[in-house]
Design a protein around this ligand. Structure first.
Ligand SMILES: CC(C)(COP(=O)(O)OP(=O)(O)OC[C@H]1O[C@@H](n2cnc3c(N)ncnc32)[C@H](O)[C@@H]1OP(=O)(O)O)[C@@H](O)C(=O)NCCC(=O)NCCS
Length: 164
């Protein structure tokens, strides 16, 4: 019995982010980004009416696992924006980023959105791969926009996708 639980292929559902998720979201954010957003920052963003998010949850976990992934987005006046997205490194390339993004795109469209924007470091190959696969195209760039902890600068790409 235990053995069959342990060998179970993980299954995930994508559900709306709730205020009680903010702590786990901030923990994963801190793991994946050099400038972490804390629990309070996520709470404050999520309490704004135009902001919404989704989290991935494993539906067949035997023990409670760290949050698999999340996305946070905003929609106002026909335009959506992806604020941040992250997936557990252990679950990379299993399709969670894609599913989270699809949920955010659908929600923005349901709220009347016509386009979705995002900003990404031009050197972030996994994120660029994901966004291009979803149909995002580069519409601008900000040179030397990001700086890492050693001061090295990189370009931010602004990308857009029409929501239909
Ligand atoms: C970007 C990120 C969310 C992608 O999540 P993911 O769950 O691994 O992505 P998916 O498994 O859904 O991949 C979907 C597609 O994205 C692209 N992709 C994902 N990882 C990639 C990689 N390492 N290199 C190139 N393309 C990649 C591929 O096109 C992939 O489709 P395929 O597997 O059929 O080829 C994840 O790498 C992450 O959390 N990164 C750290 C945080 C971050 O950089 N967030 C974005 C800030 S703008």
């Amino acid at each position: 019995m235990l053995e069959s639980y342990l060998t179970l292929k993980p299954e995930f559902e994508i559900v709306m982010m709730e205020p009680q998720d903010c702590h786990e979201v901030s923990v994963l954010h801190a793991e994946r980004f050099p400038r972490a957003w804390n629990d309070g920052e996520f709470h404050s963003l999520l309490s704004q009416e135009p902001v919404f998010g989704f989290v991935a949850r494993q539906t067949n976990a035997f023990l409670r696992k760290p949050l698999p992934g999340f996305v946070l987005a905003r929609h106002a006046a026909g335009e959506g924006e992806i604020l941040t997205i992250a997936v557990q490194p252990k679950l990379a390339r299993t399709g969670l980023g894609w599913r989270l993004m699809q949920a955010a795109l659908r929600e923005a469209q349901a709220r009347g959105g016509e386009t979705m924007f995002l900003e990404v470091d031009g050197g972030n190959a996994p994120a660029l791969g994901l966004y291009r696969k979803l149909g995002f195209e580069k519409v601008g760039e900000r040179k030397a926009y990001y700086a890492d902890d050693k001061g090295a600068k990189s370009t931010a790409l602004v990308m857009r996708r029409v929501l239909r």
